[in-house]
Write a protein that binds this ligand. Structure first.
Ligand SMILES: C[S@@+](CC[C@H](N)C(=O)[O-])C[C@H]1O[C@@H](n2cnc3c(N)ncnc32)[C@H](O)[C@@H]1O
Length: 440
């Protein structure tokens, strides 16, 4: 309203000014006759209006204008590594809480994958409706709860892997023997990555660290422990959101990484027993050779067992059963994507044996209300959830040592170095860390 008034006032003033000027000039030159005594008033009005116009013009004009101040959210500058003639891509250095991130997938696609998992038919055994691998971590609440679960002394799986990693880190570095860039396949809470990055030697141009994750929120939180190491021109952080299990994305990831590092060797990390979370873990291993060039290595961190039995499978399930924080992580995917209440169901942890391969732990939510229920997906679609139906939330494994070597061989991968640490002698459960290369 105020802005529309301004032109009206301007043109009204201009008209009065012009009229006063014309009448005054005509009267002064004797072209028109003005009633005696009014000519003085006319001249005064004309002079006052002229003075007003001049003052207004002076006030509007900025004779000594300073260049406008730019309020960038945080200072941006090109990294030193890119100021010389290097052929690597240029990255701005972001200070404070900023993160530059490549998003590979439409979030709608991921939401659709969640919906189709939840529309699957009835299964009383956790083999119908599901959050398939990776989807259980997707979104802010699951991310948040995952990070809390990793810190829970009652869920020691991640902590043990971390301790083992710290113990063998000097051996890993000695085996690598030269600087490597690092691509973390599934960043999680970022603790292992930060332990590695602090120790990796810096390649001549810079060390590029690529945290990869399905969940943008996981990337955001997972790079926090690494921020202290990020140093423009020395250690560059390039987060990438994508599903590394999709062969197509794996190809794109490799191309993208190569654009930054050229032919420098790259270490890919699949640690924290992430491989075991994939229903089709064999298929995932088969995508790894499409990432690795002869000079690259895969750092594989998994859980192992020396034997397979029903009793051991139940023990493996017990490692997850007793942590409230882990349970909160599991159910957060249900709460985020349906309108079910936790009181309507119960969490079940079931350990079985995968013949000659692994102890397999399946975790699912069962309709225990005694009634046929119906839940809604976030966009409103109703889904039948009959009595005793299940939603599979998460799977994990402990691999038989020998079976892992066979799986790697079948995927055209070869173990270059390995270390097995048994943390529970009664069950013979342990953590294995390996350096793997593409078979010749
Ligand atoms: C078991 S956590 C391990 C995290 C970390 N490497 C560690 O050792 O603490 C698995 C991580 O992989 C991510 N993830 C799982 N499936 C994925 C997929 N298909 N593509 C990308 N990220 C995935 C999850 O979001 C999660 O951050």
């Amino acid at each position: 309203m105020q802005s529309r008034m301004k032109p009206h006032l301007f043109y009204t003033f201009l008209t009065i000014f012009a009229a006063t000027a014309v009448v005054t000039l005509l009267a002064l030159t004797g072209k028109v006759t003005v009633v005696e005594g009014y000519l003085g008033w006319l001249v005064s009005a004309f002079l006052v209006e002229s003075a007003g116009a001049v003052i207004a013009l002076f006030r509007g004009a900025k004779f000594f204008e300073e260049p406008p101040e730019r309020h960038a959210p945080h200072p941006l500058k090109l990294s030193a590594a890119n100021q010389n003639d290097s052929e690597t891509l240029r990255l701005p250095a972001l200070k404070g809480g900023w993160m530059l991130c490549f998003i590979g997938q439409k979030q709608g696609e991921i939401l659709n994958a969640v919906f189709s998992g939840l529309r699957k038919p009835f299964s009383a055994t956790g083999d119908g409706k599901e959050f398939s691998s990776g989807l259980a971590y997707w979104g802010i609440i699951p991310t948040w709860n995952w990070i809390a679960a990793c810190q829970d002394p009652k869920y020691p799986v991640m902590e043990r892997g971390l301790k083992h990693f710290e113990r063998v880190r000097p051996d890993i570095l000695a085996q690598l023997g030269k600087p490597f860039h690092y691509v973390s396949l599934g960043v999680g809470d970022g603790r292992i990555d930060s332990k590695l990055l602090g120790a990796l030697p810096i390649p001549p141009r810079a060390l590029y660290y690529f945290p990869i994750d399905f969940s943008p929120e996981m990337l955001r939180m997972g790079i926090e422990p690494v921020r202290t190491f990020a140093e423009p021109g020395r250690r560059e952080v390039v987060p990438i959101q994508l599903d590394f299990a999709e062969r197509e994305y794996a190809g794109e990831l490799r191309q993208m990484v190569e654009q930054f590092v050229n032919s420098d060797p790259v270490l890919f990390g699949l640690v924290g027993n992430t491989l075991a979370n994939f229903e089709d873990d064999t298929q995932l291993l088969k995508t790894i050779p499409s990432l690795l060039r002869p000079q690259d290595r895969l750092l594989l961190g998994i859980s192992f067992t020396d034997q397979l039995s029903g009793e051991l499978a139940t023990r493996a399930a017990d490692e997850y059963r007793h942590s409230k924080r882990f349970a909160r992580f599991l159910t957060s995917a249900v709460l985020q994507n349906t309108d079910l209440s936790l009181g309507q169901g119960s969490l079940q942890f079931e350990g079985t044996v995968e013949t000659e391969k692994a102890l397999f732990v399946k975790m699912f939510f069962r309709n225990k209300s005694g009634k046929n229920l119906r839940f809604r997906l976030p966009e409103g679609e109703p889904v039948q959830f009959p009595k005793d139906d299940t939603i599979r939330l998460y799977v994990s494994r402990k691999y038989l040592r020998q079976s892992l070597r066979t799986m790697l061989k079948k995927a055209d991968l070869e173990v270059a170095w390995s270390d097995y640490y048994t943390y529970d002698t009664a069950s013979s459960f342990g953590s294995a860390i390996m350096l793997v290369k593409k078979a010749k």
